[in-house]
Design a protein around this ligand. Structure first.
Ligand code: ATP
Length: 317
């Protein structure tokens, strides 16, 4: 797969000394939807603004379509569209003028046919002559997307596209993103909503305290999420797991057994395990199952994340 964006060893320290990004490595594949998940202040906005050349990196390199985002800024910037978190539209301007003007800023020739296609794909065509101030919040967000697409970028960055948006509008936005992907646009979105990442992303990146903790195929992550654990309370707590149970994924917690298994496999192995317990002379007193969620995985990753203010330069790829 072709990499459309390559981020290497990217670090950002703001004036005043706060290190918002620490040695970030990230490859974005052409045509994918990558969701960047992270808590408040993790560095998501800093990362995407730095990739888009709006914030200057302290060190490291960003290549977009092979163009260096600093030494070849114009070519790199032309390939990206950025949908910011804040609605920063001119209230008295019309929708059409907003996108037309934005296209002009990138030095692109007028192309009414292209702009019509963009507005239609975002269900904004019938609002093309409406002033921004007349639009609903959801429509304004779509205008932001239209504006970001006006110069025909190949990569679109969406900074929390559904923050503060109700459930129905959020789903509409997911449809818009899926449609953009179908049209060949690579999409990187930041979000706090784990279910949003689950619903639309091909890959999920987790960022905390300025470091990328993982970038993983969503399905692989979902398989991890599919893990369940079974706590087997024994009538007599034990010190070691009997050799006869060596084939099972067992942990010893306070003298009792915890069996971890994948809910997606056809056989959980529980029946065999319970039979083998007896064979090994163990008597079960009680059973409890629990499911680990993606949210738990995310929270544990984020809680264990290293501090950026230690200037830890560990490889974050
Ligand atoms: N211009 C700035 N000067 C100094 N510090 C900044 C600046 N912009 C951001 N920061 C700090 O950098 C850190 C990362 O901020 P950033 O906005 O990138 O996080 P985020 O993950 O997008 O957060 P959120 O989810 O709340 O939008 C925060 O601690 C923030 O206070």
């Amino acid at each position: 797969m072709t990499q459309i964006v390559q981020v290497t060893d990217l670090t950002k320290t703001y004036d005043g000394g706060f290190q918002a990004l620490s040695s970030v490595h990230l490859d974005i594949q052409q045509g994918e939807i990558l969701a960047l998940l992270g808590p408040n202040g993790a560095g998501k906005t800093t990362l995407i603004s730095t990739i888009c050349g709006i914030t200057r990196a302290t060190s490291g390199q960003v290549l977009i379509g092979g163009h260096d985002s600093v030494s070849d800024y114009r070519a790199a910037r032309n390939l990206v569209g950025l949908v910011p978190q804040e609605i920063n539209l001119e209230p008295f301007e019309t929708v059409m003028n907003t996108v037309r003007f934005s296209r002009g800023l990138f030095g692109k020739k007028p192309d009414p046919v292209y702009l019509e296609r963009v507005l239609r794909s975002l269900s904004l065509w019938d609002k093309k002559d409406a002033k921004i101030m007349m639009l609903s919040g959801g429509m304004k967000r779509r205008v932001l997307i239209a504006k970001a697409l006006s110069h025909e970028p190949r990569v679109l960055f969406l900074d929390e596209p559904t923050a503060g948006v109700d459930v129905e509008l959020r789903k509409d936005m997911w449809d818009v993103v899926a449609q953009l992907k179908a049209n060949g646009v690579t999409i990187i979105l930041t979000t706090h909503y784990i279910e949003e990442a689950e619903a639309i992303a091909d890959r999920i990146g987790v960022i905390a305290k300025g470091e990328i903790l993982l970038v993983e195929d969503k399905d692989a992550l979902m398989t991890r999420m599919g893990q369940k654990s079974l706590k087997i309370e024994l009538s007599e707590p034990i010190d070691t797991i009997p050799d006869g149970l060596g084939t099972y994924d067992l942990d010893l917690v306070d003298g009792h057994l915890v069996y971890t298994y994948d809910t997606r496999t056809e056989r959980t192995g529980i029946t065999g395990l319970l039979a083998d317990l007896q064979k090994n002379g163990l008597i079960m007193k009680d059973l409890q199952t629990r499911q680990s969620s993606l949210e738990e995985i995310f929270v544990s990753l984020v809680t264990d994340a290293p501090q950026t203010d230690t200037h830890d330069k560990a490889d974050a790829s």
